[in-house]
Design a protein around this ligand. Structure first.
Ligand code: HEM
Length: 463
């Protein structure tokens, strides 16, 4: 099979599959926009933030509508995807549907639901359905020709990867701002159901970051669960099914680890939680690669002479980046200065390996046009990300040397006397941490494909 053809072997194109992809993609987009528009310091009014959040849904429905084969399919896809996104987004809408407790009274949870909360929730889901429908119809009308069929399971795995990105960024911001202990209790938030913790009580940036981190975590858990069920139902390869189950187990372990970190005030568990987050991300990226058409349909003629070397260097890079992550996390969570200096020194090894891998991927002989375009882009991305990572690392180090370390996270009962957050420093540290996760994921992706190409070449009967 030519790499430009799309094989839908493990999950044939279906409307239900496309609705799942659209619904979850729109949910991730809406949650990210909602997070940004409500950040303390930005905090737009609901009248302004609401339409911007819904616009994100519209854009996703529009893009998915462009890929539908007919207007009637666009109607069903837009409506179904919109309703699904609205339903899942109830997990964050709940914060708006509860009364603010008077004075220092604890958050009321379900007891405090505003009158008319059910109508508001249903109205919101309906509005999402209508907007999705309009977006998909306009998208269909704007498309010159319908796109070829897709493998919705592979597309859903990519959406799952994107759902982890905001979780990693917000989790990094929690560490960078010392907010890990800002919300009392787990799985409750200050005694209330976490999905009904009033937004009006999240004015403090420490609480906002820690609480939204928990909400993004629940979205990733739900997405991983749906992915696992889908893979178990449709994927023929046994080992890929085990991988999906392992990912779900890992995401549950990760959530429990985060909770134990809070309940036991443990910085060691915070370190484990921070490292496991990136390992989970890379395993999910690898899973998405395994489900992709390119991986499944790889043929010996796609492999080039240099692929065995690329396999070696990318495998080394993945391990080196993992070690670099542990060193960075040891500084961030345990204030270990010797870990930081080792991290700075070892960055040379990571940077050199990433650059060699990047240049080798770019210079691969053009065995197949589509594969070569893909490996070329992967090489370029590796180069860009590692250079940015190196530069940001030095800036982050400079910020520490001139402004002092981070110290202990702020406890939930000391928020009032906590020093103001150094926003610039937190931004640099978070960008470096999140970009590190991206480098780790790109290295994993490159390694998975290089190993696959070498494997199909080795398995092919010699001419
Ligand atoms: C080039 C490869 C590099 C990678 C993959 C990398 C990765 C990371 C990661 C993942 C973290 C956060 C760990 C966590 O908490 O989860 C981190 C933190 C850090 N890294 Fe790097 N890093 C690299 C290069 C550098 C360089 C060149 C420097 C400076 C010389 C540096 C300085 C730092 C500092 C100062 C922190 C802590 C930031 C803070 O929280 O204030 N890194 N690194």
């Amino acid at each position: 099979m030519n790499s430009t053809q799309i094989d839908t072997g493990n999950a044939p194109d279906s409307l239900a599959g496309r609705i799942l992809v659209t619904g979850f993609a729109a949910t991730v987009a809406m949650w990210v926009v909602s997070f940004v528009t409500h950040l303390p310091g930005i905090d737009l009014s609901p009248a302004l933030a609401g339409p911007i959040v819904l616009a994100a849904l519209f854009v996703v429905a529009f893009m998915q509508g462009r890929r539908t084969p007919s207007v009637s399919k666009a109607v069903q896809l837009g409506l179904g995807g919109g309703l699904l996104a609205g339903l899942v987004t109830l997990l964050i809408l709940g914060s708006y549907l509860v009364e603010t407790p008077a004075g220092d009274a604890p958050a009321p949870g379900a007891e405090g639901l505003k009158p008319g909360a059910t109508i508001a929730a249903l109205g919101f889901i309906g509005a999402c359905g209508v907007l999705g429908l309009i977006g998909a119809i306009i998208g269909r009308a704007a498309a010159h020709s319908p796109h070829p069929p897709r493998n919705p399971l592979a597309a859903f795995a990519i959406v799952a990867c994107f759902s982890v990105v905001p979780l990693i960024v917000v989790g990094g911001a929690v560490t960078s701002t010392g907010s890990g202990m800002a919300v009392k209790g787990w799985p409750d938030s200050y005694g209330a159901n976490m999905f009904l913790y009033p937004i009006s009580l999240m004015n403090n940036p420490h609480i906002y970051l820690e609480h939204t981190h928990r909400l993004f975590g629940s979205l990733v858990g739900l997405t991983t669960l749906v992915l696992m069920i889908w893979v178990l139902a449709k994927e023929p390869r046994k080992w890929v099914k085990y991988w999906a189950v392992a990912l779900f187990v890992l995401v549950v372990v990760q959530g429990v680890l985060g909770g134990l970190r809070v309940n036991n005030v443990s910085r060691g568990l915070a370190l484990g939680h921070g490292v496991l987050a990136q390992v989970f991300f890379c395993l999910l990226v690898a899973h998405a690669a395994h489900l992709s058409s390119i991986y499944r349909n790889a043929v010996a003629s796609w492999a080039g002479e240099k692929d065995r070397k690329i396999k070696g260097i990318t495998t080394g890079l993945v391990h080196a980046t993992f070690l670099q992550l542990i060193l960075g996390a040891a500084y961030r969570h345990l204030d270990q200065m010797h870990a930081l200096w080792t991290h700075a020194g070892f960055s040379l090894v990571v940077a050199v390996m990433a650059m060699i891998a990047g240049f080798m991927l770019r210079a691969r002989p053009a065995t197949d046009p589509a594969i070569s375009r893909w490996t070329h882009s992967l090489g370029t991305a590796l180069l860009a990300v590692v250079v940015a990572q190196f530069v940001m690392g030095w800036i982050a180090l400079f910020a520490i040397m001139t402004g002092g370390g981070r110290g202990e996270p702020v406890m939930y009962d000391q928020l009032g006397s906590a020093p103001a957050i150094d926003v610039l420093k937190a931004l640099i540290a978070t960008a470096h941490q999140a970009n590190g996760a991206l480098l780790f994921a790109l290295a994993t992706l490159a390694m998975i494909f290089a190993r696959r190409l070498v494997a199909v070449r080795d398995a092919a009967p010699s001419a």
